[in-house]
Design a protein around this ligand. Structure first.
Ligand SMILES: *[C@@H]1O[C@H](CO)[C@@H](O)[C@H](O)[C@H]1NC(C)=O
Ligand SMILES: *[C@@H]1O[C@H](CO)[C@@H](O)[C@H](O)[C@H]1NC(C)=O
Ligand SMILES: *[C@@H]1O[C@H](CO)[C@@H](O)[C@H](O)[C@H]1NC(C)=O
Ligand SMILES: *[C@@H]1O[C@H](CO)[C@@H](O)[C@H](O)[C@H]1NC(C)=O
Ligand SMILES: *[C@@H]1O[C@H](CO)[C@@H](O)[C@H](O)[C@H]1NC(C)=O
Ligand SMILES: *[C@@H]1O[C@H](CO)[C@@H](O)[C@H](O)[C@H]1NC(C)=O
Ligand SMILES: *[C@@H]1O[C@H](CO)[C@@H](O)[C@H](O)[C@H]1NC(C)=O
Ligand SMILES: *[C@@H]1O[C@H](CO)[C@@H](O)[C@H](O)[C@H]1NC(C)=O
Ligand SMILES: *[C@@H]1O[C@H](CO)[C@@H](O)[C@H](O)[C@H]1NC(C)=O
Ligand SMILES: *[C@@H]1O[C@H](CO)[C@@H](O)[C@H](O)[C@H]1NC(C)=O
Ligand SMILES: *[C@@H]1O[C@H](CO)[C@@H](O)[C@H](O)[C@H]1NC(C)=O
Ligand SMILES: *[C@@H]1O[C@H](CO)[C@@H](O)[C@H](O)[C@H]1NC(C)=O
Length: 807
């Protein structure tokens, strides 16, 4: 609208409004022509789910008009779903007013005559225009309460959230794309770098960095799913539909079960996230995200940053570099990247007497940005080319192949040592970034001298140590150091565990709860030490939970030997399992014969049955997967990590769903908001049984081009009475007991039904696998066949294997 011409009018309307008009009545859902909201006032949708008003996203005094989920229904956090003035904050909400003016909804601040924000419609003469917050979270402007036509609606102007019922697409008349744009950082709703939009010519969604560089695509819509999002096949939650006509093309979605509350968000992490409200835990549960891993978002960590999918935060600066903006980094905005701590010698000719720049080797790095290739014969030449060109920042050399990188290093990723994609990158740094050789010598000399002088001291220490050890043994009759708390549970000191694990140097694996390290107690018993992360419990509760876990004693459950709880340091000490996890035996080069698989299946079921039915307090594991089944020296299975769900408490579902590699085993009730019972473990166990049969992840795509979801195929084959041997892991070459194989398949089908009341309790599973209970009592459930009839695609929920104790 012509704001200049109208500014005087608006100003007078504003003051007129303040002095004459009514405040809104509490709980109203409408701002009518002569009303306004200011300060703490809000309007609330008729069903009470959504609220519109001023909010403040961070500590700074910056206010925005937004729509959020009602705090009375979603008590744990204010979830903003729409922001009006994303890039124009007001600094004091008491002197700000949201009102109807000249047929528009406008936000006015102080005596500034231009609206901070406006719906920007050409002025209408109607005096009935009103703004209403509808039940779906849509703020609409309409001409009188009887009008069904919207002059404007917030659903046409999404910010970072896509709510059910709204469109996200392309307007062919105006050539405008509706985009979901991430916040700049966690406390600033201004448009950030990541955006999701529809590419109309391909009917696919794409995610862009800085509106230009594409790093993810959904693939084309085939009428049912996006081609690169095959897990939509198993989607019984969202009803997507595509509209393409002369005026527009867009997608919209609804929930089959309207009581599920869900939203899509373009997150500051650069990932599109699908969240559902779990009323059992009162929090948003992450159900799905793309790209799947943080490090696939590029360039997420900025120049000279390195992304590590296994650490939080994922970004760190390379050696010799520091964060450009510490405050941005603390708000999860890493885009600024890192800068050199010390300028290169080649950059500064005034430093002629300085040592030449050098190269720092960084092993196991992945680089997704193509380097320049240089044809040279050997590593020394490659290094020399990079050294002699000041804009070269790094090089890598592999057999007859020299690559150099010029300018900012982007998209670096730190991989684990055993990742075959890892390469050694040589990073150019100023010589002063390296420890000087002189100092090295001194340390070595010092160490030698010290150790010679130390021999005498050492003898005394050893004697004293023995004495102390004897005393401790008398007191505790325990192998480690520390008090015995209950039964055989030992409270270890942090220092003892640090020593036992040689400074946590031998990592066995890492899962969602924390990393596991191998250790040796002073009596040379081997232990596995789990360093817990994100424990939200207090000391007393932690000890109580640990005690509960400690009393659980079954041959198929891993035994807790002790724990450590010193301040924020929380560790659990387990018996050590020499054969690692089932994951490494099932899916990798080592493979197990059928008899062993069958015994492991029964043992695991017995362990779970004990947890569910025979413990003093029933324990739901919540995270059954091959990584959590450990094998002792005799390949006897032991379920690990039980009880941790309770230990981690509220944080658990977040941990669970952000853990890569888990979602393929998650029962549907994790998203539907139904209470989680022991039957959730039964579901995961059933999913795992299929993997015993096939010897591969259910999610894996088959190399022969077929992408059947294995459980689907198996279920229909069993139902039709087909040849079960055709399901068997080809590595076993048909060597399996057909009866056992059939039992396993039938039990698995029985376990993975949608409706948890139809799944058997673990005790019955054991009986069936033992042959005590007739497996034919478990017919292939119809519901499963129906569910899977439509789901002929594999589920690609998890991509990366994780281990509890195996590496
Ligand atoms: C905001 O304030 C809280 C409490 O005063 C503080 O803990 C937090 O660090 C502050 N955040 C920022 C980004 O300053
Ligand atoms: C608003 O009105 C002006 C002229 O009055 C016209 O040029 C413009 O196209 C109109 N805008 C819209 C969105 O209708
Ligand atoms: C779709 O349009 C984009 C530009 O908007 C273009 O880069 C791309 O090649 C087009 N794809 C097809 C299949 O036409
Ligand atoms: C959308 O419809 C137009 C005709 O209105 C057609 O030309 C175009 O190919 C369609 N696009 C897709 C992706 O189906
Ligand atoms: C994003 O692109 C614009 C040009 O379109 C450029 O000016 C800006 O620097 C870019 N932002 C970043 C963070 O690179
Ligand atoms: C799915 O959405 C479409 C379009 O909105 C609707 O016509 C259809 O009835 C919905 N299906 C179900 C099962 O809700
Ligand atoms: C396209 O827009 C025109 C003008 O608003 C309208 O008359 C027509 O019905 C629309 N077509 C479709 C398919 O929605
Ligand atoms: C949680 O949601 C489920 C399903 O929507 C519903 O049956 C149940 O009553 C809800 N529980 C609470 C405490 O709101
Ligand atoms: C070069 O080094 C000198 C001395 O350290 C410093 O004062 C100067 O700013 C540097 N120049 C550049 C371009 O970095
Ligand atoms: C450094 O290498 C880049 C890329 O190969 C090249 O464009 C540039 O001219 C080189 N600079 C010098 C000084 O050789
Ligand atoms: C440290 O561990 C070693 C075995 O790895 C043991 O011999 C030694 O006594 C321990 N030292 C202390 C101080 O506990
Ligand atoms: C253990 O690691 C810390 C830091 O990683 C280091 O300072 C300390 O010297 C190490 N101690 C031993 C005994 O290796």
């Amino acid at each position: 609208m012509d704001t200049k011409k109208n500014s005087w009018l608006m100003l007078s309307l504003l003051f007129l409004g303040l002095s004459v008009n009514n405040h809104l009545s509490l709980g109203a859902d409408t701002i009518s022509a002569n009303e306004y909201i200011t300060a703490h006032q809000t309007i609330v949708s008729a069903n009470g789910n959504f609220v519109l008003g001023f909010f403040k996203p961070g500590n700074a005094s910056k206010y925005y008009i937004g729509i959020w989920n009602s705090m009375s229904k979603f008590p744990t956090q204010q979830t903003i779903v729409w922001v009006a003035n994303r890039d124009n904050a007001v600094f004091d909400r008491s002197s700000s007013v949201l009102r109807i003016s000249d047929g528009n909804l406008v936000l006015l601040f102080n005596d500034i005559q231009i609206p901070v924000w406006s719906t920007n419609l050409n002025s209408t003469t109607s005096s009935h225009v009103e703004a209403v917050l509808l039940d779906e979270g849509n703020l609409v402007l309409r001409d009188g309460s009887t009008s069904s036509k919207y002059l404007w609606q917030s659903f046409d102007h999404p910010t970072h959230t896509w709510l059910p019922g709204s469109k996200l697409g392309f307007n062919k008349i105006t050539n405008e794309n509706q985009r979901l744009i991430s916040w700049k950082n966690e406390e600033d709703p201004a448009p950030g770098l990541f955006s999701l939009e529809l590419q109309p010519n391909t009917s696919s969604y794409i995610i862009l960095w800085n509106r230009s560089i594409q790093y993810w695509t959904s693939g084309a819509w085939d009428g049912k799913i996006f081609s690169l999002v095959p897990e939509m096949r198993a989607n019984y939650i969202y009803n997507f539909s595509y509209v393409n006509n002369t005026n527009e093309s867009y997608f919209t979605y609804s929930l089959y079960n309207p009581s599920i509350i869900s939203r899509f968000v373009m997150d500051v992490s650069g990932q599109i996230k699908q969240l559902a409200w779990l009323n059992t835990t009162n929090q948003w549960n992450l159900f799905w995200s793309q790209p799947k891993t943080q490090c696939e978002v590029s360039p997420f960590c900025g120049a000279f940053g390195s992304c590590n999918g296994k650490s939080l935060p994922s970004c760190s600066c390379l050696r010799g570099f520091v964060q450009k903006s510490q405050s941005d980094w603390s708000l999860s905005d890493f885009s600024g990247g890192c800068m050199r701590r010390t300028a290169l010698q080649c950059e500064n000719t005034s430093l002629t007497n300085r040592q030449p720049d050098r190269f720092f080797p960084m092993p196991s790095m992945a680089l997704s940005v193509q380097p320049q290739s240089v044809g040279v014969g050997n590593a020394a030449e490659c290094e020399s080319i990079c050294l002699n060109n000041c804009s070269c920042t790094a090089y890598a050399y592999e057999i007859n192949h020299c690559s150099i990188w010029v300018g900012d290093l982007l998209n670096l990723q730190q991989l684990t040592g055993d990742d075959p994609n890892g390469r050694t990158l040589y990073l150019k740094l100023a010589a002063s970034e390296f420890p000087s050789k002189k100092n090295y010598k001194w340390i070595i000399v010092g160490a030698v001298v010290g150790s010679v002088a130390g021999v005498a001291v050492l003898r005394v220490a050893v004697l004293l140590g023995l004495l102390v050890a004897v005393i401790l043994r008398r007191r505790n009759r325990a192998v480690g150091t520390g008090e015995i708390v209950e039964g055989s549970l030992v409270a270890f000191g942090y220092r003892d565990l640090r020593n036992a694990t040689k400074n946590f140097s031998d990592k066995l694996g890492g899962g969602g709860f924390g990393s596991v390290f191998k250790g040796t107690l002073s009596d040379s018993t081997l232990i596995a030490v789990k360093k817990l992360e994100s424990i939200s419990q207090g000391e007393k509760q932690f000890r109580a939970e640990v005690r509960t876990i400690g009393t659980v004693n079954h041959v198929n459950l891993i035994r807790l030997r002790g724990f450590c709880s010193q301040g924020t340091r929380k560790l659990l000490v387990y018996e050590y399992m020499s054969n690692g996890s089932l994951e490494s035996h099932l899916f990798h080069e080592k493979f197990l014969d059928w008899k062993t698989r069958y015994q492991i299946a029964i043992g695991t079921a017995r362990g779970l049955a004990y947890l569910h039915e025979k413990c003093r307090e029933c324990i739901i594991h919540c995270d059954i997967k091959p990584e959590n089944i450990l094998l002792d020296a005799y390949l006897c299975p032991k379920v690990a990590d039980f009880g941790l769900a309770k230990l981690v408490g509220r944080e658990f579902s977040r941990v669970l769903t952000t853990m890569r590699g888990t979602r393929g085993y998650l029962a549907p009730e994790w998203i539907s908001g139904m209470p989680i019972t022991a039957k959730a473990d039964v579901y995961s166990y059933g999913m795992m049984l299929f993997e015993f049969v096939s010897g591969r992840r259910n999610s894996e795509a088959y190399t022969d081009g077929k992408t059947n979801f294995f459980p689907t195929g198996a279920a229909s084959l069993i139902a039709e009475g087909g040849d079960v041997l055709s399901l068997l892991d080809p590595r076993l070459e048909g060597n399996a007991d057909i009866e056992e194989l059939t039992s396993v398949c039938k039990v698995a089908c029985w376990c993975i039904q949608d409706d948890d009341t139809n799944r058997p309790p673990m005790g019955q599973v054991v009986q069936m696998l033992e042959g005590v209970l007739d497996v034919n009592l478990a017919p292939i459930p119809n519901s499963l066949q129906v569910l899977f009839a439509d789901n002929q695609e594999h589920i690609d929920f998890y991509t990366e294997s994780q281990s509890s104790q195996s590496s």
